[in-house]
Design a protein around this ligand. Structure first.
Ligand code: HPA
Length: 271
């Protein structure tokens, strides 16, 4: 595993002119954020040794090196979901490569169903914490001390300082921001009404099929994480309607520019 990570990191080091310390994962419907990236250099996942290939409609797989908010970044356009059949090691492999490249900040976006009664479709939720309901843990198995400790702390999984900055930026720009707990679930079904209710009862505000594995590994790697959910549908009793992947993509598109602005500003402000 270590060899594969280092081989991929070496390949990217040779292909990229500069190695940033910020990485961004662009979730469902948020791929257009890449248009904000300047001086782009794109590398298809299929050209990157050891990288899995992404399969879902609406996720084209490439790694993009460039500048956002005046800083060098790497963006993942397309991520690997557990429901596609990848192992947790495959889902989180890019995060390990980022770690080997010296990435210190990980910004994540996703689409999620909102369970909090005060949420509306199109809202952006700043993830304050998560609940992991995936059936497999990305750190299960041998722990490589080169990668992190056996029992990682998760008390600040979504970095407090970054969250504070995001809240300030949203306020300055009159962007309504919601706050809450993201429940990570395996999918690929959306939830039944009883499941939405269950996730609400256990303390969730939004639910989605990604993010938690990557954030766990990023914390193991001691990265500072900031993550946003775009609320694309509602899992609130009385407001639940049929939901499709297309609805999710459409709703995410609408909120996209606001999230792009927050991310850009925050990147400007971190050193
Ligand atoms: N549930 C799970 N994942 C999702 C949802 C949802 O309602 N919306 C977007 N991704």
């Amino acid at each position: 595993m270590l060899e594969k990570i280092y081989e991929t990191a070496d390949y990217l080091r040779n292909r990229a002119e500069v190695i940033p310390n910020i990485a961004i994962i662009l979730g469902t419907g948020l791929g257009e954020l890449v248009h904000e990236i300047e001086d782009k250099k794109e590398i298809s996942y299929e050209d990157i040794p050891n990288f899995p290939l992404s399969t879902v409609e609406g996720h084209s797989g490439k790694l993009i090196f460039g500048k956002l908010g005046g800083k060098d970044v790497i963006a993942m356009q397309g991520r690997f979901h557990y429901y596609e059949g990848y192992s947790m090691q495959e889902v989180t492999f890019p995060i390990r490569v980022f770690q080997a490249l010296g990435i210190q900040y990980l910004f994540v976006s996703n689409a999620a169903g909102g369970m909090n009664n005060s949420f509306e479709i199109g809202d952006i939720m700043l993830i304050e914490d998560h609940i992991n309901t995936f059936p497999e843990h990305p750190l299960r198995g041998k722990n490589y001390k080169e990668l992190g400790v056996r029992f990682p702390d998760m008390s600040n999984a979504y970095d407090k300082d970054l969250r504070r900055m995001a809240a300030e930026i949203a306020k300055e720009n009159n962007i309504k921001l919601q706050y809450g707990v993201y429940v990570g679930t395996q999918g690929p079904t959306f939830e039944t009404p009883a499941e939405y209710n269950w996730f609400r009862v256990i303390g969730g505000d939004a639910v989605g099929m990604s993010t938690v594995p990557e954030v766990i590994v990023a914390n193991h790697a001691k990265m500072k994480v900031l993550a946003f959910s775009i609320i694309t549908d509602l899992g609130v009793i009385g407001k639940i309607v049929e939901v499709t992947h297309e609805d999710v993509q459409e709703a995410a598109q609408v909120a996209q520019p606001k999230m792009a602005l927050i991310m850009k500003e925050i990147i400007k402000r971190i050193s």
